[in-house]
Ligand binder design. Structure first.
Ligand code: SF4
Length: 179
């Protein structure tokens, strides 16, 4: 894979130093992820960037197939309370959006970010994509686009486990599709 030294420096400038540049073929797309969204996730139909407000799984697979370079970003946090997760994710996703913009302006028109958690840019989500309150900034989480984050993170050499409670650190991942 070709090197992206300028982008790596850009990532570091934005405060992101735990990442890997990967071939998008390492991103595993799976139908079971969508099934989990539809049955068992409280965000289904409750977030304008989550299913059913997203493309079908075959469309997601086609989308990822159009890229030849991507980056995976790792974030770890041990939350004392579940309520800490949303503001933490919103802050990081806001910073990632600025990075996506800079990558885009530096000559990568296909740059596209997948948030490290469901879009929580607004306190009160519009629920429907067409009514999104921050349509230019909202991005889906990897899971919303049927990414099997468990298999993908492990393929990239990163840790991830099912956590039974909040006593252990979370490992969350964002992706930037580059070109
Ligand atoms: S930007 Fe706001 S309205 Fe749009 S998906 Fe995110 S939280 Fe919902």
């Amino acid at each position: 894979m070709k090197t992206y030294r300028k982008l790596e420096a850009m990532f570091a400038k934005h405060g992101f130093d735990d990442f890997k540049l990967i071939e998008p073929g390492k991103i595993v797309i799976a139908q079971w992820v969508r099934m989990k969204c539809a049955f068992g996730c409280s965000s289904y139909g409750r977030n304008a960037c989550c299913p059913p407000n997203v493309p079908s799984v075959p469309e997601c697979r086609e989308f990822f197939g159009e890229y030849r370079a991507a980056a995976i970003f790792h974030f770890e946090k041990k939350a004392k309370k579940p309520e800490e997760r949303r503001p933490w994710a919103a802050r990081i996703n806001g910073s990632l959006l600025k990075l996506e913009r800079e990558v885009f302006l530096s000559g990568y028109p296909k740059a596209f970010l997948l948030f490290m958690d469901s879009c929580h840019l607004c306190g009160d989500c519009a629920l429907v994509r067409a009514e999104c309150k921050q349509a230019k900034s909202a991005r889906p989480a990897p899971e919303a686009l049927a990414v099997d984050v468990f298999s993908t993170a492990r393929q990239c050499g990163y840790p991830i486990e099912v956590l039974p409670d909040y006593s252990r650190a979370m490992n969350r991942y964002a992706f930037l599709l580059i070109e």
